[in-house]
Design a protein around this ligand. Sequence first.
Ligand SMILES: Cc1ncc(C[n+]2csc(CCOP(=O)(O)OP(=O)(O)O)c2C)c(N)n1
Ligand code: SF4
Ligand SMILES: [Mg+2]
Length: 290
Amino acid sequence: MIKLQDITEEELLYGSLACAGCGGIIALRMALKVLGKNTVLVLPAGCLMATCGFFPQMAVNVPLVSTAFPSTPSTVSGLVAGLKVKGKEDITVLGVAGDGGTADIGLQALSGSVERGENFVYICYDNEAYMNTGGQRSSETPYGAWTTTTPVGRNKMWEDKPKKDLLRILAAHNIPYAARTSISHPREYMDSVRKAKETKGPAVIHVLAPCPSGWGTDTSKTVELARLAVETGIWEMAEYENGKYKVTKIIKNRKPVKEYIKAQGRYRHLPDEEIEKMQKQVDEYWKAMS
Ligand SMILES: Cc1ncc(C[n+]2csc(CCOP(=O)(O)OP(=O)(O)O)c2C)c(N)n1
Ligand code: SF4
Ligand SMILES: [Mg+2]
């Protein structure tokens, strides 16, 4: 587990333009605390680019390459190759993209750079929608959620598909290291970042990062909500390492799914029988995993 002395006191992210309570900012700030200054960051279009990446108001204190929406892993690959030629292989190349930029439009490029075995760290901060463009659904939007493209009015067209399982997709690549984690568990999350940095080859972290604006939640509840996702069993903390999938946090007495759902405006429309259905799915999943 990561030790406090492994974490820099220096703030490498401050003064962003993000909404109060942004989970993505917390994820990036903690990651930079572990990776330190010897890092080159790649950000595509998305909330973190829009709130941290514009000169002269840059909120990150490491070199930043802004890239196109589908291209984070390709840009990362180019930087890794360039730094190798220059003999600067001690620099961490860090790609950070949202759920849309990773699980949808960036998935092909991510698959390619993982398959090529390049040495990089990649973090997908998952706010479960395309937030920078106003909250459209992504393939990581969970079942039942309202988004601007899964609207709920006279017709109830809430999201009707489950989340894409990024960790198992990466496991199918036999990636050296991948983790599914949450900003609510800083030590576990930062330890994943440490492991990712130490991995020789590609390492990808999928981190739950609630978004008060899109989820219809109070800005003070971001961390609490992320923790509830873990404690209800909705968000499984897990790792894929040395060819093995491992659940990293077993919750003995899971809280009811209803607690998590009822805390968020994006699920306000959901009838009780839908929530019961979700509860059943979560229970069945954990039964199969035990
Ligand atoms: C090729 C392309 N398509 C669409 C866009 C518009 N666009 C910019 S950011 C964004 C949403 C990003 O969503 P996500 O990756 O989940 O990051 P978030 O904004 O949620 O942080 C979209 C659709 C774009 N910049 N480029
Ligand atoms: S919309 Fe959501 S993800 Fe984007 S800056 Fe605001 S809180 Fe963060
Ligand atoms: Mg998103």
